[in-house]
Design a binder for this molecule. Structure first.
Ligand SMILES: [Zn+2]
Ligand SMILES: [Zn+2]
Ligand SMILES: [Zn+2]
Ligand SMILES: [Zn+2]
Length: 319
């Protein structure tokens, strides 16, 4: 298969980027019209899109990976769909049997395809069967919504998620790299996975999520505050942050590196990578009759002088 037939290749050439993007937006998502061309796999020089269509499961429209199945009449389908259709070909309703479509698997093997996030900027091209593996880890893949405490399935790039957090989750947005937050809760005994607060900070041209919540750590109810970076892991490591909480002449200080939102909220929490305050201490910091939680958390985000890649000092351009 010639690489030139494949869309998104021209992304390496800046001049062509716009054109490539518009052409290639939906290379895999459109179900092909009609089943007649199934048998044309080996016809001379089919346009690249028809090979893509052949490798698209006619039932679920996902790309097919081995084992690719077919019925006695040659209708193909993916292994996920095969396990769902109870031995009936969804196209011709005949008995399905257990026939591999080796020819199509071989065609797939010979293909090289752009990463499916090429329209988001990924320039990489992969053999068909390596593509999935790359896409699961591609740096250009969309981010999951960082909001915790509800199942939110929204994905997108960072600017999109920032507006989503503001408009759909009604998250507080702040500008600046220092903060001073009060967390007040009238019944501090309720700690069952309660997510109380997410605040988004905008500084250094990036967005950060400050999480504050209560949960049960082993037997002990605790409060935890930590920061996540809205961007990838590599960039996250060029920032640091500190959190402080205290009262009555006592103070707890946490200093750390924000975690990328690629790491789930849950994963960060479960690795205890943040400021953890035992409930007794939190109530002590709250003062008063210990019936109400009133914590003042102050913090700061800064960009590190050190380049995390090689440890060499670089000028801090953002200060
Ligand atoms: Zn399928
Ligand atoms: Zn069939
Ligand atoms: Zn990619
Ligand atoms: Zn969301």
């Amino acid at each position: 298969m010639e690489l030139d037939n494949i869309e998104c290749i021209s992304l390496s050439d800046g001049m062509e980027e716009e054109e490539a993007t518009t052409h290639h937006h939906h290379p895999f998502s459109k179900p092909h019209g009609g089943n007649g061309n199934h048998t044309n796999i080996l016809s001379p020089i089919p346009p690249a899109t028809s090979v893509h269509e052949l490798l698209e499961c006619p039932v679920c429209t996902n790309s097919m990976y081995p084992p690719i199945h077919q019925c006695h009449n040659g209708h193909t389908l993916c292994s996920t769909c095969k396990s769902r259709v109870q031995n009936r070909c969804p196209t011709c309703r005949q008995e399905l049997g257990d026939i591999r479509c080796l020819a199509l698997e071989k065609v797939a093997e010979s293909l090289e395809l752009p990463c499916k996030y090429c329209s988001l900027g990924c320039p990489e091209i992969f053999p068909y069967y390596s593509k999935l593996k790359h896409e699961a880890l591609c740096n250009f893949r969309p981010y999951n919504c960082p909001y915790a405490g509800s199942e939110c399935s929204v994905v997108g790039d960072i600017p999109f998620l920032v507006s989503h957090l503001r408009d759909d989750h009604k998250v507080d947005m702040h500008t600046g790299s220092t903060f001073n937050h009060r967390y007040v809760k009238s019944n501090p005994k309720e700690v069952e996975n309660a997510t109380w607060m997410l605040t988004v900070f905008h500084c250094f041209g990036h967005y950060f999520c400050l999480h504050f919540e209560a949960f049960q750590l082993g037997m002990a109810p605790v409060y935890m505050a930590f920061l996540r970076f809205m961007g990838d892991d590599r960039e996250a490591r060029s920032f640091s942050y500190s959190l402080e909480v205290g009262a009555n002449g006592r103070k707890l200080i946490w200093e750390g590196t924000p975690r990328s939102i690629r790491d789930s909220h849950r994963k960060v929490r479960d690795s205890h990578d943040g400021l953890i305050i035992q409930r007794n201490m939190a109530l002590f910091f709250s003062g008063g009759d210990r019936k109400e939680l009133k914590l003042r958390v102050t913090g700061r985000i800064w960009k590190d002088q050190q380049n995390p890649e090689n440890g060499v000092c670089i000028p801090n351009l953002c200060s």
